[in-house]
Design a protein around this ligand. Sequence first.
Ligand code: 5RP
Length: 262
Amino acid sequence: MTGELSPIDKAKFVAAKKAAEYVEDGMRVGLGTGSTAAWLVRCLGEMVRDEGLRIQGVPTSTRTAQLAQEVGIKVVSLDEARWLDVTIDGADEFDRDLNLIKGGGGALLQEKIVATASDQMVVIADVGKEVETLGAFPLPVEVIPFGWQTTQALIEETLVSLDVLGRKSTLRMNNDSPFVTDEGNHILDLHLNRIGDARQMALVLNQMPGVVENGLFIDICDAVVVGFGDGRVEVRDINAGTIEESMLDFAESDNLFADLVD
Ligand code: 5RP
């Protein structure tokens, strides 16, 4: 089955498989959203079924909650879990300081709340997500529907004084209607091309009325597990200052691909 996966999917899978090693029996685990995080959820489901792993999973979206339940992970709310041992999630971009852009899947608000309520946040990503400077990926900003066009105008006006290369923003759509997040909000994607000072950008955006949260994750991620299309994985730990490389054996996980739908 692995032969049918594209190199990017293989890279996502090996990153997820490696990151599953962070999860130990009895842990409370934040479950990210997106195609890479879906691999992680499947890997954990396999560990629950085959190895008797007992964990409580806190999903970051309704999509992830559904998948986690399907694969047999015990799902609890963040309020039930209160504090998590580890959150494992994907990212749209990461830089060398492990600062991130997230929200390509529209789940940035729950993702940031869950990651912040965790002892550790581990990001899983294919190597194509690594950037020198954040901002080529449009920055998602969750805004409340009330007066969203006014909020958009305010954001664009404020961007004039910030170190960016573009100031256009677009309302994210779902076919012909505005995309609606799990919290009933909309998303503005900011086409900045390059964010000179991501920390400042994150602070400025979150001070604006109408903005609920932005997709910049600054000083939240502890480690990134980078996957490559040939099965290599690199674990970069920002706290330990280490980079460990290994190779993953696909054969062990062949049954995971059998019912692949994501
Ligand atoms: C969802 C996210 C995802 O983690 C991000 O978009 C990466 O997704 P994928 O793993 O599918 O590339 O932030 O809100």
